[in-house]
Write a protein that binds this ligand. Structure first.
Ligand code: FE2
Length: 317
């Protein structure tokens, strides 16, 4: 098509997309082009702003490596990851779900661990926590024999793969639900942690006066053939950043009751003083059991922990 005015451009692109045989490709790309062209019209995007946007997107790709994914980080920081999760779980967004974001720190092949055992595999700072969880189906029946992977940060806010002082696979384990659909384990209470600021995500957050913290949480990945594999995170009810999670992940179904015990008898004789307990229920749906591609494959090399930089949330006025 010979373009006579800006109005012709959208129609020309849409008509070329229409040549594709795959109907889903056509749906997705047509909608993307319509929204993108409308965005340019609505914002009256200048040439300088367009060049800046292109450079920004190129930088997202350049900074993405085997151990860091800036593209996923910005998708989370703009709420796109949360939206995709909530529209694909809970009967396609029609009811509450315990599904949540996978996040960038799941590793495959975590050690199989007996229920009730500890996942603290090297000396790790943090208050002891005793976790129980139950897995049920949509009818409320316990799901026995489900594999449940768990992973979380230490009491200093580092995953083991980021932290040379932690043993390989520390604070990670794979459990199997018993006849009542339950798992249990001992660990240390995680704390919240800052997401990296070295790229466009840092610039985005600074421009908005946002902090870069995730509230403390424990990750769960629940796998059983016949059920849609569920990724979840259970957030700590006492964390000050539940309302302002930088990845927009906190839903009411996933605020866990991390109960503090001061001096109560603990489930393990060696625990005295402060300890925590957490009991949480998950509901899984019928569907395809499929493990995701692991976002990372091992511990970072080098002897240094990453430098944690925390932004303060500022008052916009
Ligand atoms: Fe996490």
């Amino acid at each position: 098509m010979i373009i006579k005015s800006h109005r012709d451009v959208t129609a020309a692109v849409l008509s070329e997309i229409d040549r594709a045989a795959d109907p889903r490709f056509k749906d997705i790309m047509s909608a993307a082009v319509r929204h993108l062209h409308d965005f340019v019209r609505e914002t009256k995007l200048t040439e300088a702003e367009f060049q800046k946007a292109c450079a920004y997107i190129a930088t997202l790709g350049k900074l993405t490596t085997e151990s860091h994914n800036e593209v996923v980080l910005i998708a989370g920081s703009l709420g796109v990851s949360a939206l995709v999760c909530l529209l694909n779980n809970g009967d396609h967004g029609r009811r509450e779900t315990t599904a949540n974001l996978l996040g960038p720190f799941w590793r495959a092949n975590s050690p199989k661990t007996e229920n009730g055992a500890s996942i603290v595999r090297s000396p790790t700072p943090g208050d002891p926590i005793f976790v129980t969880a139950s897995i049920r189906d949509l009818q409320g029946r316990p799901v026995a024999g489900a594999e449940v992977d768990v992973w979380h940060t230490s009491g200093e806010g580092y995953y083991e793969n980021q932290d040379p002082t932690q043993a390989d696979m520390n604070l990670r384990g794979k459990f199997t639900t018993d006849a009542e659909g339950r798992i249990s384990f001992r660990s240390v209470k995680p704390i919240g942690y800052p997401i990296p600021l070295s790229g466009p995500v840092g610039e985005l957050l600074r421009t908005q006066g946002r902090h870069n913290l995730r509230p403390a949480h424990i990750h769960f990945l629940i796998f059983k053939p016949g059920y849609k594999t569920q990724f979840s995170q259970v957030y700590s009810s006492d964390d000050p950043n539940l309302e302002t999670d930088v990845q927009f992940g906190v839903t009411s179904a996933l605020i866990g009751k991390y109960v503090r015990h001061d001096g109560d008898p603990a489930p393990a004789a060696d625990v005295t003083g402060t300890w925590y307990s957490l009991d949480h229920d998950f509901v899984i749906e019928p569907g395809e059991a499929k493990l995701p591609r692991p976002p990372i494959t091992g511990k970072a090399t080098g002897s240094e922990r990453p430098q944690s930089v925390v932004l303060q949330r500022t008052d916009p006025r």
